[in-house]
Design a binder for this molecule. Structure first.
Ligand code: G3P
Length: 217
């Protein structure tokens, strides 16, 4: 399973990338706002750090303007994936840009039918939002499972990019179901390494080691 990092914070991306934890990056207008940076400038910097796909989102709402924005974003670097919302205009944009050979990430997906349409429009990635479904008392993981089943039934090659990941359990469940990619904030990726029994065991080892009076170096 690939790990994308869901942020426009270049320091956080660099830190995780140096550890080999970053297969790609996803951004959105809210994350650009949080970064305080210019979208074109920060996206270019991210594309220079990471080899894999970097999603940059259009903000127009009609297809012609979305297509123009998508082409401009795609000029930033070869590893740009143009991110479009799952609206009819977004699907039209997806089809046009995919036919041009560009990577497209269709975002704000909340149903299996939406995912089916994105695959038929040639999306490289579909981004179902797990956490936001959980927020309204639905089970976001059910959506990941439904999309996995449908894509496998018909051999769609669109990659399932599990998004709006808030917890380490979302990551585990996505991996078990067979999502192709997860995108998560740096804090969630880092917390995958934490376990209270690791901390407890290490503490015991350190105390016993101190009693030996030895040193390795
Ligand atoms: O990848 C989508 C993500 O940025 C949305 O996450 O936590 O705002 O629902 P969240």
């Amino acid at each position: 399973m690939k790990f994308f990092v869901d942020t426009a914070d270049v320091d956080a991306i660099r830190e995780l990338n140096d550890l080999g934890m970053v297969d790609g990056v996803t951004t959105n207008p809210s994350l650009i706002l949080k970064s305080g940076r210019d979208i074109l400038e920060v996206t270019k910097e991210i594309c220079g750090i990471v080899d894999g796909p970097v999603s940059a989102e259009v903000v127009a709402l009609d297809a012609d303007a979305m297509i123009a924005e998508g082409r401009k974003l795609a000029e930033i670097a070869d590893n740009i994936a143009v991110k479009v919302p799952l609206t009819w205009a977004g699907l039209k944009t997806c089809k046009v840009l995919s036919d041009e050979g560009r990577m497209v990430n269709v975002t704000l997906c909340f149903s299996a039918n939406q995912a089916l349409l994105a695959a038929k429009a040639g999306a490289t990635f579909i981004s179902p939002f797990i956490g936001r479904l959980d927020d309204i008392n639905l089970d976001g993981m059910d959506l990941i499972q439904d999309i996995r089943t449908i894509y496998d039934n018909f051999g769609f090659e669109t990659q399932i990019l599990a998004a709006s990941i808030r917890t380490v359990n979302h990551v585990t469940q996505s991996a078990l179901i067979g999502a192709d990619v997860i995108t998560a904030p740096p804090s969630v990726i880092k917390s995958l390494a934490s376990h209270p029994l690791t901390d407890k065991g290490l503490d015991a080892f350190m105390k016993d080691w101190a009693k030996t009076g030895q040193s390795i170096l």
